[in-house]
Design a protein around this ligand. Structure first.
Ligand code: GLC
Length: 551
């Protein structure tokens, strides 16, 4: 089992947000046939798995994370035949498809919920309904998208729980029938040839036994990494027989100890975890909607803590700096201007060479930036639209609220893929469902293909390197250079081999404090043509420079 459960370690996953990847029929919404059209591009990039965010039947209140039928493809994205073709065409090119399983909740349009509403007790048990008077919510918890987590159903005289949108009702995992239904969904997709699964907010599935108010926070401490979560995951993986698939759990507000449990192969739960602490270093007092420059010291501490901690516990991390819920990496931690290219490459190298499995989010490989939306009409995301209102109510002006969204909205990662300099970046012949980024005409795949110095070529190098050098997938990691907040540095070791990675997280020159014994090292990768600079035996890094040495 150990080998099956760890054989993904030299692989790279590419995340596709189908709605914004490639439209094939001119309706402005990306689709499965569009993905099929781009498979050669993905093959050429060198990635092993394609994770698709949900393409199932859905009212799309949360862009598909509100699933109404786990076994059918939403017609906006295509048909089951298209999915089957995508699976087989990917397989021909040596790539596996990973599907996104949203098992913490369903859409309220799901048949189960509809039957619950119609009064069928059996289906009410599929969800978390609480009997309370209409004036009193069962708890005071706050939804992840703003507002309360409870919604009252007058016809039933009951409240139901929704940790996310009001149309995303939380499933009751205590009910064995629910667990059986979900295992069946996995079997269904595995039989179709799906080779991996991403489990949406899966550490929220086990709810507390006692329902109490939270006077310190929004309630998350009661339901994150809940009492039976490990038990449920073991059961799911075992019974659905997906131990030979690559699996990743999205862990919300989790702990290191739990992530070790989720991903240590001996536990037979998941292959790896997404954890997000490093993507909160620019939240002021933990508040996503308060702008702050990234705290680079904290960023470095978190990488050290999680990388070394997961290593000690033999856990495994998904390595990522962005996804469909996050702003673009280069806009957030790099430089969109003068050092756009260097910073995009440095951030890529820094994350890819750590211990874990790298995820490339569509467009990241060409250094896509935030789209710079300037009016509320350009936004689509339910969270962004809710928070715009909340920020206004809190007294922010329209301009101020837009400034926050321009940095923090999930739509920053959802503007369409930029393929070429043609209309709508080659994404669609029709009007895209969400506007293109303002730099779509200059930053695109076509202009970077075949350019040996492009961001795209750099990603290809990184992916190739992982396949060629075992030290990247299997070596140990140890962090270096504590002194300078703006220099991230670590060492990888495997047997006699050693790999050193230095990244400058700033637009100014930095001198590494440790003396560098140049003995036998050779630079194997960097984002400047010139050789690394040394000042009195110390490595001096140019703005956003990345230096990778090997011996
Ligand atoms: C995850 C998804 C996000 C979605 C939420 C609720 O965080 O990545 O897009 O809104 O779960 O399903």
């Amino acid at each position: 089992m150990e080998s099956k459960m760890t054989e993904f370690r030299d692989k790279v996953v590419y995340q596709i947000y189908p709605k914004s990847f490639q439209d094939s029929d001119g309706d402005g919404i990306g689709d499965l046939r569009g993905i099929i059209r781009r498979l050669d591009y993905l093959k050429d990039l060198g990635v092993d798995y394609l994770w698709l965010t949900p393409v199932f039947i859905s009212p799309q209140n949360d862009n598909g994370y509100d699933v109404a039928d786990y076994r059918r493809i939403d017609p906006r994205y295509g048909t089951m035949a298209d999915m089957e073709e995508l699976i087989s065409e990917s397989r021909k090119r040596g790539m596996g498809i990973m599907l996104d399983m949203v098992f913490n909740h369903t859409s309220t349009s799901h048949e189960w919920f509809q039957r619950a509403l119609a009064g069928e007790k059996e289906y009410q048990d599929y969800y978390i309904f609480k009997e309370e008077s209409p004036e009193k919510m069962p708890t005071n918890w706050v939804s992840k998208f703003g507002g309360p987590v409870w919604e009252y159903v007058p016809g039933l005289g009951k409240w139901y729980l929704h940790l996310f949108d009001v149309t995303q009702a939380d499933l009751n995992w205590e009910n064995p029938r629910v667990r059986e239904e979900l295992k069946d969904v996995l079997r269904f997709w595995k039989a179709k040839g799906i080779q991996g699964f991403r489990f949406d907010v899966v550490n929220l599935i086990s709810k507390p036994e006692v329902w109490e108010d939270d006077f310190e926070g929004d309630g998350r401490r009661f339901y994150s990494d809940g009492p039976k979560v490990h038990e449920y995951l073991k059961e799911l993986v075992r019974d659905a027989d997906i131990g030979d698939c690559v699996t990743v759990g999205e862990m919300s507000s989790t702990t290191l100890k739990n992530c070790v449990g989720y991903s240590n192969p001996d536990e037979q739960e998941l292959s790896m975890c997404f954890h997000f602490h490093h993507l909160k270093v620019d939240y002021k007092d933990g508040n996503k909607w308060e702008l702050m420059e990234p705290d680079y010291r904290r960023l470095k501490e978190l990488f050290r803590e999680w990388q070394e901690g997961m290593q000690i516990g033999n856990g495994w991390s998904a390595l990522f700096l962005c996804n469909h819920d996050q702003p673009r990496t280069v806009s957030r931690f790099g430089d969109e201007g003068r050092y756009w290219k260097q910073s995009a490459m440095m951030l890529a190298g820094m994350i890819h060479l750590m211990r874990g499995t790298p995820y490339v989010y569509q467009g990241e490989e060409i250094g896509m930036t935030n789209p710079h939306f300037a009016s509320i009409e350009q936004y689509r995301d339910v969270e962004s639209l809710n928070y715009y209102q909340i920020l206004r109510e809190q007294g922010k002006s329209g301009v101020e609220a837009l400034e926050v969204l321009a940095a923090r909205s999930r739509d920053n990662g959802r503007s369409p893929m930029q393929w070429n300099g043609e209309k709508n970046g080659g994404f669609s012949d029709g009007a895209p469902w969400i506007p293109m980024a303002d730099n779509a005409e200059t930053i695109h795949v076509q202009s970077q293909m075949g350019d040996s110095e492009s961001v795209l070529t750099f990603y290809k190098k990184l992916i190739t390197l992982r396949k060629e050098m075992k030290i990247i997938s299997e070596g140990t990691i140890c962090f270096l250079e504590e002194a300078d907040d703006r220099v991230i540095a670590y060492r990888r070791n495997l047997g006699e081999e050693e790999l050193l990675v230095y990244g400058n997280l700033s637009g100014t020159v930095r001198t590494v404090s440790e003396m560098f014994s140049s003995g036998g090292y050779q630079k194997i990768l960097g984002n400047y043509k010139e050789e690394p600079e040394m000042t009195d035996g110390r490595l001096t890094l140019r703005p956003y420079e990345l230096v990778v040495m090997y011996r």
